[in-house]
Write a protein that binds this ligand. Structure first.
Ligand SMILES: [Zn+2]
Ligand SMILES: [Zn+2]
Ligand SMILES: [Zn+2]
Length: 929
């Protein structure tokens, strides 16, 4: 008789080979077909809402790895919330307006054509954005990310644009919005103003120059003793091209300044910078003539080095002793502080530089020259007039355009601003920052620091692909009109026709009926503003345009989750648009993640050639491995990715998959409703593994609650490798395979494994979504089983399965097992035994240990996977190196080897009809016959 046929060996159709790149698209099709996202919303209807509000990626390229990471992390959270008692809708969004798309369209269209007709550019930009929304949508879905992909939010949607215009209207209504000529970051190559979030700092080499400004008579009183001398103030600058716009020199009122004589001339510098200046200018022994405080210089002035104009002396708290001379070159058209101190002293916001960064006719000697190129000409001019005291190259951190990577300039232009001080916006925003939970906590300091020091928000852009600033000019009287009634009227038109209507429509259509200039009462010379809003205003108002308006979201986000660069981007502008319109912060918590680096810790960049595209990875390994990687890495830091790391994860994945497959194989004839054994009726081993499963559930759920996905990954992996593969499943095999199929001891093991499989599947679902739902399909059916693991909750903790007393006893038993396994290993190496079932183990335990062994004496052979165990009073051998309270000896098992279960037994040969079987196997086989 072939006894192998009578064993209950594992059977399952669940494939060993995952074949993820092929199988995942099948799972996606199944989810699509069953409407998994909608089904989850229905299953969780009425539960507490958890709103993770999607930060919109820019619809301009295929997705990159950072965006894949971001969406996968969001997916973990949406799923874990949905599986832990929440209704967690997820509405993906896209940021569709803005310069990068407009520039690409312009390039294709050619400059001349694009300046002709804005509606053609807008049409093409829209098509371009929608094309990439489509591409990215498929790429995100491919990663297994669940959401309402059929109804995303798009910032180009007329409803969104209208909501945005209404938000602008709220700023208008509060009366704080203002238009002024002010220096802003300006990119001469993109020909537009830039927001704080649109500049990046990079090293830039500039000329660093010391320039003498001759002091004009009459001198301030404290300088009177120097009357008639050749007296100059020395300024220092790294932007010589701003010297034509110099209108003043600023001094700190409290600092001490000294007049020193060098080679017959007299120079004025701050005392604290005298040594540094002397060194830079090669002075050997400057002779001090007098000293005074900055405040004493009020009323004085110098002459511009070559332009027929005064440079007046001003006082400013911004002057420091960090660099330069303590006498600060001031060009109000080219710097924030210069502007502020100029404004306080009634200076003109003078900016003789055009939109392309070229000098205008106001500076005839450099007219038409690009400012950075003009540096050399300015230096030559200074040298010619004898004002250049020193110049050298200076490398410093300098703002660059985020888009074209070129250095930007400060340039005063007419722009719209949201002020930080009026209405107390800065203080209120700071107070809100303190109420929000920042994960990790350093995010709070980061955004706080930015909020504390940021200037007024320049929200206007001189472009067309965006949402218009719906202001009006009256050319009859010069009035600038920012009227919320105009905004509301425009919003209704935009909701109907899209934002382009503002540029292409007529005043009759776009201004409220009967609208007149509030200043002069005329209506025949009204002109609509052409500027559009900063694209960060677009995405910044998504809390109003999406979270407050989509009924399934219901008002307020629990969480925003983006890369840590968004402290100055989306988190920042979302906060300002919310607080600025009288709302609290639009989020309760903000979670940030780091960025991708390669195996050497280098940032991924095209120039380094180390960029990995997400679809390369999904095609090669499957999205599941990418998801596993996102869980395994600590996303708070920068995360490394390399072939080696992915191969390691692939190994871990196979172990988890095979563990699940083994469990499924053991459940082929198990029907939970029919065969389930109560925990109280199970052998201790099963109760022990169920206790361990309870601990796993508690650990994973706690880790999920804290978004600590790497802990979930490690816990699941360890449980599969150690608790299951190395211990429980190894030990239980004999009982599972050799007992009678429907025996209580086999059904108990199956019940335990069914509970474990169920728990593992649910716990892994947010991370290994494809695999979890695949396992779910193969798991034993029962009336309460749902179509998908995503329609159930995480496993609940069940106190009936927890037994701390049993667990601590089993901790001891497992130590004994380790000691025995070591002895068996030694015996095998010594040629004493082959298989462990060939062995009879003799144990002598110290008094503290012995009772625990006596108690489960009959289970010990199974625990050690040997044929016989004898508990003796003492043994001649030395104590185990692993457990000093125990002596272990390995001897040959007694009796013959059962042909069915391979255990040795003196019962073999006792049954004439089945002489090859032990008692247990004899009973099973004869019952089957
Ligand atoms: Zn640029
Ligand atoms: Zn007017
Ligand atoms: Zn047997």
């Amino acid at each position: 008789m072939d006894y192998k046929q009578t064993l209950n060996l594992p059977k399952t159709d669940f494939p060993m080979r995952a074949n993820l790149p092929q199988r995942e698209p099948e799972m996606l099709a199944r989810w699509e077909h069953m409407g998994i996202y909608r089904r989850m919303q229905e299953a969780n209807a009425g539960k507490t809402k958890f709103i993770l509000h999607d930060g919109p990626p820019y619809a301009n390229n295929n997705i990159h790895l950072g965006q894949a990471l971001n969406k996968i992390l969001k997916d973990f959270i949406v799923k874990l919330k949905a599986m832990s008692g929440h209704l967690a809708p997820y509405i993906p969004g896209w940021d569709c307006h803005g310069l990068p798309i407009e520039l690409q369209v312009e390039k294709k269209l050619g400059k001349a054509k694009s300046s002709e007709d804005p509606s053609e550019i807008i049409r093409r930009c829209r098509a371009h954005a929608l094309q990439f929304v489509e591409i990215q949508r498929e790429e995100f879905k491919r990663l297994g990310v669940f959401g309402d992909w059929a109804h995303p939010y798009l910032t180009l949607d007329p409803q969104y644009e209208a909501a945005e215009v209404r938000e602008l209207g709220r700023f208008m209504a509060s009366g704080v919005l203002y238009r002024r000529k002010k220096p802003v970051y300006w990119c001469p190559s993109c020909v537009t103003a830039l927001a704080e979030a649109e500049v990046e700092y990079a090293d830039h080499t500039s000329p660093s120059v010391y320039v003498a400004f001759k002091v004009a008579e009459p001198l301030p009183a404290k300088l009177a003793p120097l009357h008639g001398r050749d007296l100059s103030v020395i300024i220092w600058t790294t932007t010589p091209w701003t010297l034509p716009a110099n209108l003043a020199i600023a001094f700190h009122p409290e600092l001490e300044y000294v007049a020193v004589e060098v080679g017959g001339k007299v120079y004025l510098v701050a005392r604290g910078l005298l040594d540094a200046t002397a060194q830079a200018l090669g002075w050997s022994s400057p002779r001090e003539l007098l000293s005074l405080r900055g405040a004493d210089l009020v009323g004085g002035r110098a002459r511009h080095p070559w332009i027929d104009r005064d440079s007046v002396f001003l006082l400013g708290e911004h002057v420091t002793l960090e660099q330069g001379t303590g006498c600060v070159h001031t060009a109000p058209g080219h710097g924030y502080e210069d502007y502020a101190v100029g404004l306080a002293n009634g200076l003109d916001v003078y900016c003789p530089v055009d939109a392309h960064g070229r000098f205008t006719g106001e500076v005839p000697e450099f007219e038409g020259q690009f400012v950075f190129k003009a540096d050399a000409a300015v230096l030559a001019k200074l040298r010619e007039v004898g004002a250049l005291l020193a110049s050298e190259k200076f490398t410093h951190s300098y703002p660059h355009c985020w888009r074209c990577k070129q250095p930007v300039i400060f340039r005063a232009t007419e722009q719209w601003f949201i002020p930080m001080e009026q209405n107390d916006l800065r203080q209120r925003a700071l107070a809100e920052i303190d109420r929000v939970q920042w994960i990790p906590p350093w995010g709070r300091d980061r955004i706080r620091g930015m909020m504390e020091s940021r200037p007024d928000w320049c929200i206007s852009r001189q472009r067309v692909w965006g949402v218009p600033i719906v202001a009006v000019y009256c050319d009859a009287c010069g009035e600038v009109i920012a009227d919320p009634k105009v905004a509301e009227h425009a919003a209704t038109k935009i909701a109907e026709h899209g934002a382009a209507i503002w540029f292409t429509g007529t005043n009759e259509e776009l201004l409220p009926p009967g609208f007149r200039c509030p200043q002069c009462g005329k209506s025949d010379q009204l002109r609509r503003e052409k500027d559009i809003l900063d694209v960060w205003f677009d995405s910044g108002v998504s809390h109003a345009a999406v979270v407050e308006t989509r009924p399934e979201l219901g008002g307020r986000a629990d969480l925003y989750l983006e890369g840590s660069d968004q402290h100055r981007g989306w988190f920042h502008t979302s906060l300002l648009t919310a607080v600025g319109t009288g709302r609290p912060a639009p989020y309760d918590a903000v979670l940030t993640h780091g960025f991708f680096v390669d195996a050497e810790g280098k940032k991924m960049s095209k120039s380094l050639g180390n960029v990995v595209a997400p679809n390369e990875l999904t095609n090669k390994y499957g999205a599941e491995i990418l998801r596993l990687w996102v869980s395994a890495a600590d996303y708070r830091d920068d995360m490394r990715i390399s072939t080696e790391i992915l191969e390691r994860l692939l190994e871990a994945y196979r172990r988890i998959r095979n563990t699940a497959r083994f469990l499924l194989g053991n459940l082929y004839d198990f029907s939970p409703d029919r065969d389930r054994v109560a925990v109280a009726d199970m052998p201790e081993l099963d109760r022990w593994i169920l206790h361990r499963t309870q601990e796993l559930i508690a650990r994973c759920r706690e880790a999920y609650d804290h978004y600590e996905f790497h802990l979930v990954y490690h816990s699941l992996n360890n449980f599969c490798v150690v608790d299951l593969s190395a211990l429980y499943l190894d030990i239980v095999k004999d009982r599972l395979y050799c007992s009678a199929p429907a025996s209580r001891e086999r059904r108990a093991a199956q019940t335990a494994q069914w509970i474990i499989l169920d728990a593992l599947t649910r716990l892994m679902a947010p991370i290994l979504s494809f695999t979890a739902d695949e396992i779910w399909l193969y798991a034993p059916t029962h009336p309460a089983k749902t179509d998908s693991v995503f329609l159930v909750d995480f496993p609940a903790l069940d106190p009936a399965m927890r037994d701390d007393g049993l667990a601590s006893r089993w901790d001891r038993l497992l130590e004994v097992r380790a000691a025995v396994t070591k002895a068996l290993e030694d015996a095998r190496k010594g040629g004493q035994i082959g298989h462990s079932l060939d062995a009879r183990v003799q144990l002598a335990a110290a008094d503290g240990l012995r009772p625990a062994l006596v108690e489960i004496a009959s289970d010990l052979p199974a625990l050690f996977i040997v044929s016989q165990v004898e508990l003796l009073d003492d043994l001649a051998s030395a104590p185990s190196p692993l457990l000093t309270e125990l002596k272990v000896q390995v001897a040959a098992a007694r009796g013959g080897k059962c042909e069915r279960c391979w255990n040795f037994s003196e019962e073999v040969e006792m049954h004439p009809d089945h002489p090859g079987l032990c008692d247990r196997c004899y009973a099973v086989v004869t019952a089957l016959a």
